[in-house]
Write a protein that binds this ligand. Structure first.
Ligand code: SR1
Length: 347
């Protein structure tokens, strides 16, 4: 299987229903997939950054294989707009909705309206606390644990740390639970400062905050930055301050651009724990498709992460997500929520 993580974002952002030729049906598939043209909306909260572009590319690829007409509503980190988009999707008469991130308090009631209208809904990384809505996640506790165990392996269990966190995002909140437990299990790890921002300029805004944090806390040796945009910001700050050789960054997520930043000469980005976001996007579409076909799916669907260290990436000579997918099975495919009638190959 070949993953095209580099798919141009523009090619997947606006796949509207109007004017689209109806997608073909799949022989032997249950209704309505035997006829094709099944309308599904993917409603994102965040679309900036490699993770979300790759997630959307994977979702689009899986949708095409299932004869789904997928409309992707681009997120703008705007809760009111996401709410309106869910209402628009209901009015468009879609069969299914994938809600990708968001703030539960601003969308919970419109998601319930969609469910009441007979629309099948699944959610990625937003806790809607709705028994009709399966939740997809990347096993965030495990993801944070993998990164933090590597931090201890490389730095011992006594160090001064910086921590990047923004509350209110389900994956970051789950990773934070692991960070809190890690600190209580390792009392000589001292959190000197925490900072972070999620916006359309997450990396550069985090870099500004990281610079101030490093200047105020020159004894920081390790930074836990469990989102690749955070890690990029911290790395940028360390480079600008000339302290890249004095700190090590442990993160979440991976992209082709991240691999380049992790493996480049003198990079302080020591390791990341990650899934392939394109695989997570594909799993999200399969989950909603199975629900539309009337098949039960688990309430919680997990795509497991893998640890990627700087040393291992350099040694393997891996430069892109496609090369990673060729070496690590979980980066090319997931067995989560699938069925005989769902085509296995995405590209
Ligand atoms: C602001 S939330 C960012 C995270 O969402 C996804 O789970 C990615 O892993 C990313 O780290």
């Amino acid at each position: 299987m070949k993953y095209v993580n580099g798919l141009a974002a523009a090619s997947v952002l606006f796949v509207g229903f109007a004017g689209c030729a109806a997608a073909a049906g799949i022989d032997g598939a249950p209704a309505p997939f035997n006829k094709g043209g099944v309308k599904v909306a993917l409603i994102s909260y965040i679309s900036a950054g490699d993770f979300f572009q790759s997630y959307q590319a994977g979702a689009q690829a899986q949708a095409s294989k299932l004869g789904i007409d997928l409309r992707i509503f681009p997120g703008k980190q705007n809760a009111a707009e996401q709410r309106e988009q869910i209402q628009q999707a209901i009015n468009l008469g879609v069969a299914g909705i994938v809600v990708d991130h968001g703030l539960p308090e601003s969308i919970g009631d419109v998601v319930q309206q969609a469910v009441d209208a007979g629309i099948k809904v699944v959610a990625f990384d937003v806790n809607l606390n709705n028994p009709a809505v399966p939740q997809i996640e990347q096993s965030d506790h495990e993801l944070a644990r993998l990164a933090l165990e590597q931090a201890v392996k490389e730095n011992g269990s006594k160090f001064q740390a910086g921590y990047v966190y923004v509350a209110g995002f389900a994956p970051l909140d789950r990773r934070n639970e692991t960070w809190e437990k890690f600190k209580s299990d390792n009392p000589d790890v001292v959190e000197k400062t925490r900072f972070g921002v999620v916006s359309d300029t997450t990396a550069t805004s985090t870099a500004d905050q990281a610079k101030a944090a490093f200047i105020a806390n020159p004894d920081i040796k390790v930074v836990f930055a469990p989102y690749d945009e955070f890690a990029r910001g911290v790395k940028l700050a360390a480079r600008d301050l000339g302290i890249a050789d004095k700190i090590r960054i442990y993160s979440a997520d991976v992209s082709t651009a991240d691999i380049q930043e992790i493996t480049e000469e003198g990079s302080p980005w020591a390791a990341t724990a990650a899934t392939n976001p394109a695989v997570v996007g594909a799993v999200s579409i399969r989950a909603v498709a199975l629900k539309i076909a009337g098949t039960d799916v688990p309430r919680q669907i997990v795509v497991k992460p893998a640890l990627l260290t700087q040393a291992a990436l350099r040694e393997a000579g891996v430069k892109t997500i496609d090369e990673l997918a060729a070496k690590v099975r979980s980066f090319s495919t997931s067995d989560a929520v699938t069925a005989d009638w769902i085509p296995a190959n995405l590209y």
